[in-house]
Design a protein around this ligand. Structure first.
Ligand code: CMC
Length: 428
């Protein structure tokens, strides 16, 4: 006999089952709440609400734990690669040698964009933000594959998955080439996933381009670190859009837009803006931290705080531990990294941040490394999208595999005007 939570309303007692997750998390199943009591729950921003049961990613915010399909992020980033982690997220298990080779080959095969799709870039202003371009082009992909859009056909979903993972680096690199007024380079499928992306970003037809192995490995690590993160804003968006049976391209396009905002993935860009501003204005770390605390100032310490992590963000620790090594290998000195380290030190000793359990999140140090790797700021969040893509698709597929899944449709507590008669315009 399972456990139940009791709810007493208007003198009547109702019982709701308590479910337990595989890592001991407990949840009250209120699936029958409205049917039995006539009540709904109200939880704006879903601070207490689980929207699904998922087997993809486990996060323990109190202990700073992040695991994909049971494997810790520390171990994955040390021993795996982005494409292997993508496979793990999507198919639930680490691939065998042959499976991995086939998977990498399938991704390679789809890296090119349809020539007509490339012409869409001409319609964007040069300074168009990469997130707007990527979202639009990903949405447009659906128009090129109208025969493969059925969300409940496994073969079509698999093909669309490979196309998306293969093409997003090309789409992202072309958004940069468009900005720079340089020719789009075709992918070179002899290169690795990340090497190919770097070449499409930074090479031109007139110069030889050699992929720097330090940059290649570092970017791969950053993509891995972003690969999935439970039911965050963009992932919830993917599931919600997918729940209408919209195709995977439409769902991922929506997720890219959700990620763009500065409270979510867009923070990586804002961290660098913040660090530049601190440097330009000659502020001390203490002065800026005081600003971020002040109610009279809208500045926040960008890259700090997280809805789930209340102790530390393991991704931030991994990035920070690589930051110095990467910069040393690239012979890059970074004033921004020094400012970031100083800000972190001051904030972590400050009561405001201690009381609110605010720690550096993944975006705090990622921008500093992206900058050192010569990635333009306009593309930081687009790189986050490239990393998060396998997680988004894995969660989208998981949603579609749930028996009896229904369209996502929260209720509301209506607080507006009561019924009133329409007033003709000459009487208002
Ligand atoms: N700087 C200063 N104060 C902060 C910050 C910050 N970065 N983050 C939260 N607070 C304060 C906030 O003002 C509030 O204070 P009070 O209780 O006095 O009103 C308290 O801490 C709780 O904050 P919240 O906004 O209610 O917390 P949340 O869980 O709704 O928001 C967050 C989480 C990540 C949106 C928020 O911490 C934030 O805006 N951080 C800066 C942006 C950022 O770095 N975003 C990246 C998130 S991680 C990667 C990703 O998801 O993309």
């Amino acid at each position: 006999m399972g456990e139940f939570a009791k709810l007493e309303v208007d003198g009547k007692t109702y019982e709701f089952p308590i479910l337990e997750g595989s890592e001991g998390e407990r949840a009250i199943d209120i699936g029958k709440l409205r049917e039995q009591t006539g009540l709904i729950t109200l939880d704006p921003a879903f601070k207490n609400t689980g929207s699904c049961a998922s087997a993809v990613t486990f996060i323990d915010g109190e202990r700073g734990i992040l695991r994909h399909r049971g494997y810790s992020i520390e171990e994955l980033t040390e021993k795996s690669t982005f494409l292997e982690v993508s496979y793990l997220l999507l198919y639930g298990e680490l691939p065998g040698k042959t499976e991995l080779e086939r998977w990498v080959e399938e991704i390679r095969y789809h890296t090119m964009l349809h020539e007509d799709l490339k012409r869409l870039y001409d319609g964007f202003p040069k300074a168009a933000h990469a997130m707007a371009v990527c979202s639009a082009i990903v949405s447009a992909l659906s128009t090129f594959y109208p025969m493969d859009l059925d969300p409940i056909d496994d073969d079509q979903v698999r093909l669309s998955t490979e196309r998306l993972i293969a093409k997003l680096p090309t789409i992202t690199a072309y958004s940069y080439k468009h900005l720079m007024g340089q020719p789009f380079l075709y992918p070179d499928n002899r290169l690795s996933y990340v090497g190919n992306f770097m070449r499409m970003m930074f090479a031109t037809p007139c110069e030889v381009y050699d992929v720097d192995p330090v940059v290649e490995r570092t970017l791969d690590l950053l993509l891995m670190l972003h690969a999935d993160h439970g039911q965050n804003c963009s992932t919830s968006t993917v599931r919600l859009v997918g729940s209408s049976r919209a195709n995977v391209f439409a769902s991922i396009s929506a997720a890219i837009n959700a990620l763009w905002g500065p409270r979510h993935g867009g923070a990586n860009q804002d961290v660098i803006r913040m660090l530049w501003a601190i440097e330009k204005e000659g502020l001390s770390a203490r002065q800026f931290v005081d600003r971020a605390k002040s109610r009279d100032d809208t500045s926040r310490l960008m890259g700090f705080g997280h809805r789930v992590y209340r102790n530390h963000d393991p991704r931030a620790l991994i990035i920070k531990s690589h930051a110095h090594e990467v910069l040393r290998s690239l012979r890059h000195t970074s004033k921004l990294l020094e400012i970031a380290i100083d800000l972190e030190r001051i904030a972590l000793e400050d009561d405001y941040f201690i009381e609110r359990k605010l720690f550096p999140n993944v975006d705090f140090y990622s921008g500093v490394i992206f900058e050192a790797l010569s990635i333009p700021m306009n593309l930081f969040t687009a790189l986050f999208s490239m990393g998060r893509l396998p997680g988004w698709i894995a969660q989208w597929v998981e949603y579609h595999s749930e028996p009896g899944n229904a369209i996502g449709r929260p209720r509301q507590l209506y607080m507006g005007a009561k019924h009133r008669p329409y007033v003709p315009i000459d009487q208002r």
